[in-house]
Design a protein around this ligand. Structure first.
Ligand SMILES: Nc1nc2c(c(=O)[nH]1)N[C@H]1C(S)=C(S)[C@@H](COP(=O)(O)OP(=O)(O)OC[C@H]3O[C@@H](n4cnc5c(=O)[nH]c(N)nc54)[C@H](O)[C@@H]3O)O[C@H]1N2
Ligand SMILES: Nc1nc2c(c(=O)[nH]1)N[C@H]1C(S)=C(S)[C@@H](COP(=O)(O)OP(=O)(O)OC[C@H]3O[C@@H](n4cnc5c(=O)[nH]c(N)nc54)[C@H](O)[C@@H]3O)O[C@H]1N2
Ligand code: SF4
Ligand SMILES: [Mo]
Length: 759
């Protein structure tokens, strides 16, 4: 039997099939019990006694307040919004209501460790005990470490927002490797580097509730963030203004006072023109600039030629719209909301810097209705702070060898934002051994075979490793080629605390006992480190906590926020001070907001915001531009493709074409087309939707597609996944190392007309 046929024959892998919920491992529920437990009798629970506990949904970073209804066995029977939550106020989405629960209870959920018995990717697995799995993994990691050195080990995880990022980083550091990968080159990294260079520190603190004008750039809260969407609608209803910059006519664009529809990737020019208009009209905050901004004169000189007419010609937006946007923003208090649409681009940091300079010179910082700086209770530790604390770090000489730190020091390594690696360089290192060999990976809670550009190459890189272990919930295309697959807890089974800067709150997720033998990242790391210690394979002891409870206690520190209080309420709102920079200054070399960045200058990078043309500018003959990553309400990236409700709502990977484009390409609604980048790594199959919401010539698609029911080990990740067509080796942002996932010149070919019968 061929490998593909074997996977197909296996269908739903028999040993994964529906199993009773076995609360074997986690602590008994009583020890998690919140001090206030409401008992309800509901017919939806078939007359059983149920209790409701407050929690937070962290299926995505929005962190909506949630209420979990537990049945008598302690299982989560229902997830609902918590209307009493101070930030979400009852906002929620279908992913939180359906996705997380179905994901936790899914019949195909991985419940036991699996060891590969056939070739990589053959789909032949043997169920093994945790002890056997961890012994084997420890043997493999120790062998690679002694053969190639600690730097040959990498970890991969989605981000450092919740504990798994910090845990995986500290696991690798304990082994002597600074190499851990996070998604942020594809998500939020450009914004973060700009924010840090400028010194703003404004992650998610926009005060839409009190603003007079929101400037929404490359953000689609209607799909991505129900809390922000509700806030924008409330603001609009009370007469606040909304300025939207988006090539797609989103629901926010339809609600806007000014909607600018730029050519993809040209927002930086508009940002500079907004600065130009505000400086020209002396509509900025002169006192604030004099007291708190560094390099204003240089910025003014830089943007002097960047007139609205100049930007209009680049971006295809009327100059009058830019003028009107500048005026509305200048009237303030205003807040800037930047999204993923201007991040993850080879000009992403410079684009963000233009808008961040706007926040700075308008003085809309830590001001009601503006952008609030990140606040936290004194004594509380965020994961990001922890990763930067000297006692949790490797010697600088080792950190300097983090993959990508030489080329992108503001991103990777000791000076980098999260101290992580530059992911495209890691894939390169796996395949080429340069700058040094990477031979083993531990991947947890990230589906990199689907979500990184150039899926074929990512798979080849992972397959080339001597050791690959993947911790996952279901058999994803990433897990399917591993040597060991470890069953992970879902967020319903993890008790976590984190800072929610939009509240600001300390967010809390309640936990129920894990299904099967699933373990959380800390439990896996602790047991693995014990084995590696016994094998003499540790460089340092950098993960001191033995349990999640200890880790949570450490994070809460002496902040005054207690776990008991969090268990009772599901969050902790804390008092904070606006304008505390007046006492402390800003975290930049000058102690001011740096419009002119001394750090960028020191690294030989452009010290001022500027406009870098998008990749499409280099290929003017390519009429079609591909935009990827448009969010769908039903899916979170690559998640939930195994859930019937989601597939019913969004059955196909859509590509949205303007009617003029469709006519020019001879394409009709429902056709299947192949999209390819010139010189790109491959094609991706997508299904056409025709809509005038997108621009002529611009093709808008989502991301994250694979099909659990398709033949493995790829499960269609090389067919309908847009990252099969994208490259991870194109132009990179000189500051963050991000590649472009939009504004990509492409071509399109019909592979199946909607009306045609299958042969
Ligand atoms: N339902 C759902 N919600 C999610 C997610 C999900 O997968 N599903 N993912 C979560 C995550 S991790 C993230 S990062 C966020 C992302 O959510 P957002 O920050 O809202 O980002 P996107 O949805 O990628 O794109 C936002 C808008 O940017 C526009 N855009 C594209 N290119 C350009 C451009 O060149 N210029 C401008 N001005 N706009 C452009 C798109 O048309 C889109 O309307 O969503 C989060 N929320
Ligand atoms: N072309 C293109 N590529 C993109 C993007 C794009 O717009 N265009 N967007 C980028 C962005 S913004 C992001 S954030 C990344 C996302 O990339 P990923 O993080 O890889 O995406 P997900 O599919 O959300 O998550 C993958 C895995 O996370 C784990 N996971 C899911 N839920 C839980 C949970 O409850 N608990 C734990 N512990 N683990 C869980 C599961 O194992 C799941 O398979 O993709 C990026 N890739
Ligand atoms: S937006 Fe949806 S998935 Fe994200 S935290 Fe809120 S309810 Fe959960
Ligand atoms: Mo993201």
């Amino acid at each position: 039997m061929t490998i593909r046929a074997e996977w197909a024959a296996a269908g739903t892998l028999p040993f994964l099939a529906g199993e009773a919920i076995l609360p074997t491992r986690a602590q008994p529920l009583a020890s998690h019990a919140p001090t206030r437990r409401t008992t309800v009798r509901g017919d939806t629970l078939r007359g059983m006694t149920a209790s409701i506990i407050p929690s937070t949904c962290w299926e995505c970073g929005t962190l909506c307040g949630a209420l979990l209804t537990l049945d008598e066995s302690g299982r989560v029977a229902r997830i609902a919004p918590n209307p009493a939550h101070p930030t979400s106020k009852g906002a929620f989405c279908v992913k939180g209501i359906r996705g997380l629960q179905d994901w936790t209870d899914h019949p195909d959920r991985l419940l036991h460790p699996l060891r590969r018995v056939g070739e990589r990717g053959s789909g032949q697995w043997q169920r093994v005990s945790w002890d056997a799995a961890l012994d084997e993994l420890a043997d493999g990691l120790a062998a690679v470490r002694s053969k190639h050195g600690p730097l040959a080990l990498v970890g991969a995880v989605s981000g450092a927002f919740f504990s798994r990022g910090a845990v995986v980083a500290l696991l690798l550091r304990s082994l002597g490797s600074p190499n851990w990968m996070i998604n942020q080159d594809l998500c939020g990294g450009c914004r973060a580097v700009s924010d840090r260079l400028t010194g703003l520190n404004i992650g998610r603190g926009e005060d839409i509730e009190a603003t007079r004008c929101t400037l929404l750039v490359g953000r689609n809260p209607h799909a991505a963030d129900p809390i922000q969407w509700a806030e924008l609608r409330r603001a609009k209803a009370r007469g606040a203004r909304l300025v939207v910059l988006d090539p797609f006519r989103t629901p926010a664009a339809e609600m806007a006072d000014v909607w600018m529809q730029p050519r993809p990737g040209t927002d930086g020019a508009i940002g500079l023109a907004l600065l130009h208009a505000m400086i020209r009209d002396r509509a900025y905050d002169t006192d604030f600039v004099a007291r708190w901004c560094h390099g204003f004169e240089a910025l003014a000189e830089r943007v002097a030629p960047c007139t609205p007419d100049w930007a209009a010609a680049i971006a295809g937006v009327p100059a009058e719209a830019i003028e009107r946007a500048a005026k509305l923003y200048a009237e303030g208090p205003s807040c800037f909301v930047g999204g993923h649409g201007i991040d993850a681009a080879s000009n992403g940091v410079q684009t963000y810097r233009a808008f961040h300079a706007l926040v700075a010179i308008s003085g809309n910082l830590d001001r009601p209705g503006g952008n609030r700086r990140v606040k936290k209770p004194a004594g509380f530790r965020t994961y990001l702070e922890l990763l930067h604390e000297p006692r949790f770090r490797l010697p600088e000489a080792i950190e300097r060898q983090t993959i990508g730190a030489d080329a992108y020091p503001l991103w990777a390594g000791p000076e980098g934002w999260q101290t992580a690696c530059h992911n495209p360089s890691v894939i390169e290192a796996m395949l080429t051994g340069r700058p040094y060999p990477v031979r083993a990976a531990y991947v947890s809670g990230v589906n990199i075979a689907v979500t990184y550009p150039d899926a074929r190459r990512t798979l080849a890189a992972l397959r080339s490793l001597e050791v690959l272990a993947v911790a996952a919930h279901t058999m994803t295309p990433t897990a399917a080629i591993a040597d060991l697959v470890l069953p992970k807890t879902t967020t319903l089974e993890e008790e976590e605390v984190t800072l929610d800067p939009s509240g600001p709150n300390i967010a809390y997720t309640a936990a129920v006992p894990a299904r099967g033998e699933a373990r959380n990242d800390l439990e896996i790391a602790v047991d693995l480190l014990d084995r590696l210690r016994a094998r003499g394979a540790l460089t340092a002891e950098l993960l001191p906590w033995r349990s999640q409870a200890e880790f949570n206690a450490f994070l809460l520190g002496d902040s005054g926020v207690s776990l008991a209080g969090l268990r009772r309420d599901g969050y902790a709102h804390f008092p904070y001070e606006l304008g505390d920079f007046a006492r402390r200054g800003f975290a930049t070399p000058s102690g001011k907001l740096e419009l002119y960045s001394e750090i960028a200058a020191r690294h030989g990078l452009d010290p001022l915001p500027g406009f870098l043309p998008p990749p499409s500018a280099a290929a003017p003959d390519h009429a079609l531009l591909l935009q990827t990553g448009f969010r769908e309400k039903t899916y979170h990236h690559s998640r939930f493709r195994d859930q019937a409700w989601a597939r019913k709502v969004s059955p196909d990977p859509e590509i949205r074409l303007h009617p003029d484009t469709a006519a020019a390409c001879g394409v009709t609604e429902g056709d299947w087309v192949e999209v390819e980048l010139p010189g790109g790594p491959g094609a991706c199959r997508l299904r056409v939707t025709i809509t005038d919401r997108t621009q002529p010539g611009v093709l808008t698609t989502g991301m994250g597609w694979w099909l659990p029911e398709a033949p493995g080990p790829e499960f269609a990740a090389l067919d309908i996944n847009v990252n099969a067509a994208l490259s991870y080796r194109g132009a990179t942002d000189p500051m963050s190392g991000s590649v472009d996932i939009g504004a990509l010149p492409c071509r399109l070919r019909v592979v199946h007309h909607a009306g045609m019968q299958d042969a």
